[in-house]
Design a protein around this ligand. Structure first.
Ligand code: ARG
Length: 260
């Protein structure tokens, strides 16, 4: 009876040791995996390929930077406006979404070094009866932007808050792809869209929309991490410096920004 009990105890201890080893194995794997959140409505930075996989300049870039440092990367598609909350609650580890580094966002997240510069642009439908030569002309149309973006804030601060555009003419979209789809339907839906200049240029290629105004905002994109995660932010910035000085960077620019 006593011996049986002993054997049982040894067996239990052994099971616990095996279990602990197996668990630590899992944790190890988890710390090596980085979940990157994006909003795939923003070609050429992040968009869906025909087979629905998320591709783009930002995606290739962050994958390169992180895999070079031994991480396994998983990409999750989340609405732009939900990215910062997702980062704060630990649902994702990094935001790669052509996110402009702003003072307001710096209060909520930490940014890597900048990797791409942009301004804002105004898109209208080709052939629509919409004349926008100055910022003031926008008051005659409904104006759209993606919720939570710097473009949205620009419309809100420069046009709506100053009384130049009535609030009922301000259209907020969850996705820029939906905003452009509405623009193409016509001015009854939305007359003009304010959007980052490199993305406006990409949308222009479909021949249905065109840039009529450039707005200088001097923005720079950075990858965002949870506030206080200095270790990851530094790793990304260091990796970025290396990649930006390599031929991979030229290839990436060529792949996503060459106009043919
Ligand atoms: N650069 C702008 C911003 O930071 C727009 C980014 C929108 N990105 C996207 N993937 N939809 O607000």
């Amino acid at each position: 009876m006593k011996n049986e009990h002993k054997i049982f105890s040894i067996g239990l201890v052994l099971a616990m040791v095996i279990g602990a080893v197996a668990l630590s194995g899992c944790t190890q794997e988890k710390t090596n995996k980085i979940i990157v959140g994006t909003s795939s409505d923003f070609a050429p930075f992040e968009y869906k390929a025909a087979n629905q996989t998320i591709i783009g300049f930002d995606i290739d870039l962050i994958k390169k930077v992180l895999t070079d440092q031994g991480y396994i990367v998983e990409v999750q598609d989340i609405g732009f406006d939900s990215l910062i909350p997702a980062l704060q609650t630990g649902k994702i580890d990094v935001i790669a979404a052509a996110m402009s580094i702003t003072d307001a966002r710096k209060l909520e997240v930490d940014f890597s070094a900048p990797y791409y510069d942009a301004n804002q642009a105004v898109l209208v439908k080709v052939g629509a009866n919409v004349t926008v030569k100055t910022i003031e002309d926008l008051k005659n149309y409904s104006v759209g932007a993606q919720t939570g973006t710097t473009g949205w804030s620009w419309v809100n601060d420069t046009l709506v808050a100053t009384g130049k555009l009535s609030n009922d003419k301000f259209r907020s979209y969850d996705l820029y792809t939906d905003a452009v789809a509405d623009l193409i339907i016509g001015p009854s839906r939305v007359g003009a869209i304010v959007i980052d200049s490199p993305v406006a240029k990409a949308f222009e290629k479909n021949g249905e929309v065109k840039i009529v105004l450039n707005i200088t905002t001097n923005e720079s994109y950075g990858f965002a991490v949870k506030k206080g995660n200095t270790e990851l932010a530094t790793k990304i910035s260091t990796g970025l410096t290396a990649v930006m000085g390599s031929t991979y960077w030229e290839e990436l620019i060529e792949k996503y920004f060459t106009t043919t």
